[in-house]
Each structure stands twice: as C-alpha cells, then as structure tokens.
Design a protein around this ligand. Structure first.
Ligand SMILES: Cc1ncc(COP(=O)(O)O)c(C=O)c1O
Length: 342
C-alpha cells in the first residue's frame, strides 16, 4: 500500500531535488535517439484523407469546414522512448469527441492505430507528438443537406512531429508564472462541449496574449463565476494541506489529468474532482498543469502571488512530475511503436 504523502517530510529534506530534465534526456539519452528514416520524412510525417505524405508537403483542402470553420474534433497522443502512452484511452476519448459533435471517423479503431503507428515509424521518432482529427468535410451543394450529418463526407487528417513541451526544462524547474484571465472566460459547455477535444480555442489563444501583456507566461481561465476551468492545452490542479483538487467540469477530461489522479493517489494523497474556486488556488500550497505536451507543469505564481510561500515547484508536484516520466519510461500504459511498419 502507498505510504501517505506527507509534504513536511519532503520539505525537511536538505535540498529540493531538481526535476528530471526530461527535454535534455530526450535530446541526449541513446534510447531516445531518432531511428534511421527516409529523408523525405525528416521534417515529420502526415496522413491526409487517405495517404501518407512528408509533413512539409501535406495540406488541408481549403474549403474543408475543419479548416475554415473549426468544425472538427481532434486528439493528441505522445510517444516517448519508443512507446505510445495510453493509446487506447486517447482513441476512446476521440471516439467520444466524434460522437458528441456528430462526426463519423472514416477509420475503424484498428485502422487508426495502424495509421498513427506508421506516422511515427516513417519519421523514426522515439519521442513524438501525434495529432489526428476528423473534419466535417466540405459543405454539401444542396441547402437542404446542410443540417444532415450524413450528407457530409467527414475526413481524416493526422501528423507526427518531434515531442512538444508547453513548458521547457527551465520553466518546469522553476515553475511557470500564470495569471487568471480577466478578459476571457472559458467558452461555456452549453456553447461548445469542452469534453469533445475541439478547435474552438480563441479564448485560450487570446488569454495567452493577455498573460504576456501582464508579464506572465501562462493563463488560467474561469467559468465567469469564480471557478477554475482549464488552461491553454492543459488541465489544472491545486494542492492544499496535502489534498489535491481539479475541476470537475468546463474542461477536457485530460488523459494526463486522469494519469495525475492515479499517481497522486499512489503517492497517498486524497483527490477531489469538483468545482475549484480561484480563491483556493490563491491560497494553495502548490499548483500544477497537466498535458500530453509536457506532462506535469508546476506553477510558481498566480497573479504575482508566489504559491506555497516560496518560489519553485512544491514537493508533491516534484514527486508527481518525475514519477510520471519514470513510469512511462518503464513502459506503464505503453504500446511500443512497431518501427518495421513503414
Ligand atoms: C483544452 C485542453 N485541456 C486539457 C488538455 C490536456 O489533455 P491531455 O492530458 O489529454 O493532453 C488539453 C490538451 O491539449 C487541452 O487542449
């Protein structure tokens, strides 16, 4: 059984251990070295509707509603040290996103797996960010058909590029400085269901500019009623008195969020999935973001207030950050990439 996580025990250790420099490990460790690949895929690989292409030659038909109206759903899975992480969970969430937005995935789950695997194999990546999505397609000619989902030919797009971090080693090690957006609220679930991973992200994009204007690095969005929702590309967690909480709604059900919930329990902490007020964040001992693009991202400050009374990631966040990567690299929830499938 996991021992209860007692923050004070870690705090009394002589020096806070540095976070795993994951980006540096990916760049230098032999098990992360890119495998030989066709030079055409040097800049990444893509799958456009029904064929594989080098990323730099891939494009989206300009009249596709996914491109010109954001009428699409997508997902992102990562590969590290040659293994997909929680591929089944990502595929399950993607199927749910399609269903919520009345889109039909042209590929069956097995076909999709083969496409995603081949994208990584073609580019030889041991650490990769893999995006895929289904768009509505183009508008049918007959006006009467425009409200009938079956009259659209939904299309599949995907690509693989090197792994992306929303916060690099340096920023994760010191913790990101965030602001709670004053100018933008998260789009309400009654307008666009955030559980369907979708392209309607201008609230996030604009809030990041606001964060920059206010001298911060990341933004956190509320529901307009004083509750936290999520952040650009990430879910949010607060830690207070050894208890962890994350918002229950108005957010994507992140796969890294699910992972963090499991790992935090393993560390012996109580976890609550519920409404989380901004005030709780301001009084938190620690806070962090979670994302497939970077794992666990510690927060240092919010609206200029340094969390936990001192700079840098708190002890639970540090433990969680490293455990996430160590377990992944041991193969936890991993599906090894078949690099022969090119
Ligand atoms: C809006 C939003 N919330 C949360 C997340 C984190 O989800 P996951 O952990 O599945 O990457 C993402 C990921 O891109 C996102 O776009």
């Amino acid at each position: 059984m996991a021992q209860p996580f007692v923050a004070e025990n870690l705090e009394t250790q002589p020096a806070a251990p540095a976070l795993l420099p994951v980006q540096d490990i990916m760049a230098t460790h032999p098990e992360h070295r890119r495998l030989p690949h066709d030079a055409a895929f040097g800049g990444g690989s893509a799958y456009v509707i029904d064929r594989f292409e080098p990323l730099d030659r891939a494009g989206v038909p300009i009249a596709d509603l996914g491109f010109n109206r954001g009428d699409a759903v997508y997902d992102v899975v990562s590969v590290s040290r040659g293994s997909f992480f929680r591929l089944d969970d990502h595929q399950r969430r993607f199927a749910a996103s399609c269903a919520r937005m009345r889109l039909t995935n042209p590929l069956a789950a097995e076909e999709e797996r083969a496409v995603l695997n081949r994208l990584v194999a073609l580019a030889g990546y041991r650490d990769a960010y893999i995006w895929w999505g289904v768009t509505r397609g183009t508008t049918p000619q007959r006006t009467a058909d425009r409200t009938d989902p079956s009259k659209f030919a939904n299309r599949y797009f995907a690509y693989a590029i090197p792994y992306i971090f929303i916060a690099n080693d340096e920023r994760r090690a010191r913790g990101a400085d965030a602001v709670v957006s004053r100018d933008y609220f998260r789009i309400p679930p009654s307008s666009v269901d955030p559980r369907a991973k979708n392209l309607n992200g201008l609230d996030f994009a604009m809030s990041l500019f606001e964060a920059g204007d206010r001298g911060a690095e990341w933004s956190l969005l509320t529901d307009g009623a004083g509750n936290l929702t999520e952040a650009p590309g990430s879910n949010i967690f607060v830690v207070r008195n050894g208890k962890v909480a994350t918002p229950e709604d108005w957010c994507l059900e992140g796969i890294t969020r699910m992972t963090a919930l499991e790992l935090v329990r393993e560390l012996g902490c109580e976890v609550e999935v519920r409404k989380v007020a901004v005030d709780e964040l301001m009084q938190a001992d620690e806070a962090f973001l979670t994302s497939s693009a970077g794992g666990v991202v510690p927060l240092n400050s919010v609206d200029g207030v340094v969390l936990g009374g001192g700079p840098g990631p708190g002890p639970l966040t540090r433990a969680l950050h490293d455990r996430y990567w160590q377990k992944r690299w041991e193969g936890w929830h991993g599906t090894p990439v078949d690099y022969t499938a090119v």
